[in-house]
Design a protein around this ligand. Structure first.
Ligand code: PLP
Length: 456
């Protein structure tokens, strides 16, 4: 048929493939020529092609590795989970696209299952395409609900790369987008190992961080502040575990001043920490939760905001002034429905918790004893960091060049590591078995031996 023939009866099974086969050299060549990558100078990078992956293993440039990264800490369910792939294929055959102005069965069901695993009193979901958009919408909701405009966010944070989300982000990646949106104020969160408060115990760090936060709130005008947004457990910036009592204290400050609490669970949510949401570990209920990544392991782009009933109430008689063409996309929502179902069926949340407590935590602490370069071990579930230092007393971080050598040693031994600053984050798919973890750790030890060589 010509260009005006629309064949609505395509037989998917026998349709000819339109996808060319590229070898790795061609992939690299076209990547260099046409693909603009994020955060790195084009000429400084040469991204290796990933051609296949299954479970916790991926093939990078022809070599198979145990993946200790889950890509960007999103493949919680592992690669090519057969049931998840099948659900996506099934939905593709049923209905590929529908606008958010219409209702859709998989969107309804995805919202239901997400609300079901969310804390009590959080029953409504606004869908986005990823984490940054989730945070954009979360702060807009908070501003509309409170009628205030300021938002507090932590210096050690990453909230995404759209204009508002990168302004919320406190780490240096925000500099390239400054000046950002008005009204964002940063504060220091707790981080005992490099304490901004010169504290010596976790309890002291937590108390001083809360005192500091109160002072920032008062100085900014408590009645000007719509929300505080924080990563329940700071992810990219170090897997920083909040001291016990910190999140409860933040909740109390918010309640005292009528400020909303937004929990950014984009990285920590959906099994990563051994809970559906990391904030459950501390029994604190936020007003808004942003999620993405683990909700469907990134098989299809999806994120969203879960609203408390009170905040959702603001948009019952007044429109929520925001929307996205692909909000609640049927393919993405079907993948979320299937993913949550698989996580329940296979006990992936419980597995992550058990593995963290019984295997990962003890093993990493053992490594810290055996390797002089390991300054600190932090984490929970399948969400851990090793901080590498050349001087354990001064806590001098390894340099970028030294970290590259650590990474090369891990890769040489068959494990793909997640490097962030002077840290190795241990963030494999949450479905990793004890045996697979042990295999990855043997490679990690090669990396740590290299790191030890840098200790003065
Ligand atoms: N929030 C957190 C805590 C994240 O870790 C990330 C991504 O790494 C984001 C937000 C941004 O999500 P996305 O890249 O899907 O926009």
């Amino acid at each position: 048929g010509g260009p005006h023939t629309i064949n609505t009866m395509v037989d998917v099974a026998t349709a000819p493939s339109l996808l060319p086969t590229l070898d790795n050299a061609r992939t690299r060549e076209l990547d260099k020529k046409h693909v603009l990558h994020s955060w790195s100078a084009q000429n400084a990078i040469n991204p290796p092609p990933v051609t296949e992956a299954s479970g916790v293993r991926m093939t990078v440039d022809g070599t198979s590795y145990i993946d200790f990264t889950s890509q960007l800490v999103n493949v919680n369910i592992g690669y090519q989970h057969p049931k998840l792939v099948a659900a996506i294929q099934e939905q593709a055959g049923r209905l590929m696209t529908v606008s958010p102005a219409m209702a859709n069965d998989m969107r309804s069901e995805a919202a239901r299952v997400i609300a079901e695993v969310a804390p009590d009193g959080m029953n409504m979901v606004f869908f986005t395409n990823g984490g940054a958009e989730a945070n954009e919408n979360a702060i807009r909701m908070a501003r509309l609900h409170t009628g205030r405009h300021k938002v507090l966010a932590a210096y050690r944070s990453y909230h995404g790369a759209t204009h508002g989300a990168i302004t919320l982000t406190g780490e240096p990646r925000r500099f390239g987008s400054e000046p950002g949106i008005p009204g964002v104020v940063h504060f220091f969160g707790p981080y005992l190992y490099r304490s901004p408060f010169h504290a010596t115990t976790e309890a002291e760090e937590g108390d001083r961080a809360l005192q500091h936060l109160r002072e920032v709130m008062v100085a900014e005008g408590t009645d000007k502040i719509a929300a505080i947004i924080l990563e329940t457990i700071v992810g990219t910036n170090g897997i920083l575990m909040p001291p016990d009592g910190y999140l409860r204290g933040v909740r109390e400050l918010c309640d005292e001043f009528g400020i909303l609490l937004i929990a950014d669970e984009v990285m920590a949510g959906f099994a990563r920490t051994g809970e559906w949401f990391a904030i459950n570990h501390w029994d604190v209920v936020p007003d808004l939760i942003s999620f993405a990544k683990g909700v469907n392991s990134g098989y299809v782009p999806l994120g969203g905001v879960i609203l408390s009933d009170a905040v959702a109430g603001s948009f019952m008689d007044t429109a929520y002034p925001g929307g996205l063409t692909y909000s609640g996309h049927p393919l993405a929502c079907a993948s979320a429905v299937a993913s949550v179902s698989i996580m329940k069926e296979e006990g992936i949340v419980e597995h992550a918790r058990d593995l963290g407590e019984r295997v990962i935590g003890p093993k990493l602490r053992e490594l810290a004893q055996a390797h002089r370069s390991v300054g600190e071990v932090r984490g929970i579930g399948v969400f851990w960091a090793l901080e590498l230092v050349t001087d354990p007393d001064a806590r001098t971080p390894l340099t970028a060049d030294q970290m590259n050598q650590v990474a090369a040693a891990c890769k040489g031994a068959g494990m793909w590591p997640f490097i962030a600053g002077n840290r190795v984050h241990i963030v494999p798919p949450c479905v990793i078995t004890e045996e697979e973890f042990a295999e990855g750790v043997r490679a990690l030890e090669d990396g740590l031996a290299v790191a030890d060589g840098f200790v003065a």
